[in-house]
Design a protein around this ligand. Sequence first.
Ligand code: CP
Length: 325
Amino acid sequence: MSNHDSGLIKINGKYKGKDILSLDQFTSKDILALYKKTQQMKRIALGAKPAKNLAGKIVAIIFYEPSSRTFNSFAAAVKQLGGQTLEVHDPKTFSSVSKGETLEDTIRVLEAYTDAIVIRHNEQGSVQKAADAAEFVPVFNAGDGIGEHPTQALLDLMTIYDKHKRLNNLTGIMAGDLLNGRTIHSLIRGLSLFKNNIIYLLSPKELKLSKDDFNLFSQRNIKLIEVSNINDLPKEADFLYWTRVQKERFKDLSVYEKVKNKFVLDKKLIDNMGWKNAIFMHPLPRVGEIALDVDEDKRAVYLRSQIRNGMYVRMALLDLIIGRK
Ligand code: CP
């Protein structure tokens, strides 16, 4: 929503009417309050009784990039709460964006019909632009290029919280495309809100966090350890967070071909390393960086709780921000 003071508006205990653009808006307390609400949402979703929290509300979901999870879990979340959706897939083909309409104009139009806008865009910073353009309704960042993916990080943190009952004193491993991974950029921000977290960052040298991001995050309350060899990873960890090397972000596809399969999580690696108390996470989609033989391992949550938590967390955010109470 249009914010005449420059910068992100912090949640500070009050979600009502606010945009969700970045994990930088949150405190640890805001996140834990969200998870309390999420438990209530989970009961609604599992209870199969119609809820009315969003009765009479319409949420626009407009995605300039494809999605299986974020789009559909937002749509399901609205419907679970008795609201309706206005869904725009691929606006560059199926809306007046194809005729040259600006992002700002598209947003002004959608907000005339709806109570909130969920947007994914291929350019970093575009969702902030959309939020600045919207005068009356909150905007949810469903992923902006290589920038952030805050609702994904909130569901990821909840998945870790469910397993370990804490979000501090954690040792995590993040692997893959750390340079372009918006889920990584939001998750590190989220983990730095809690105490004593250590993250090992495993990537090919071409896909390390950018210097700016590394310096920014290093000034926060989190210890980051960059490694380029699997043997330098710890054998005890609380979570592994594997990510896809994102072909669509490469200008030179020969570089993509060189790095794409550098770090594959498979049963053999897991058996060698142990990682007894860890959960195995991935924001998905995966394209080979987690072998299928990992799926049956009980520690693999990427096609289990991590997916379901996406809908519950998005229900909680929608209820807190535009719910009827
Ligand atoms: N995790 C995630 O953002 O997946 P989708 O691209 O399918 O929404």
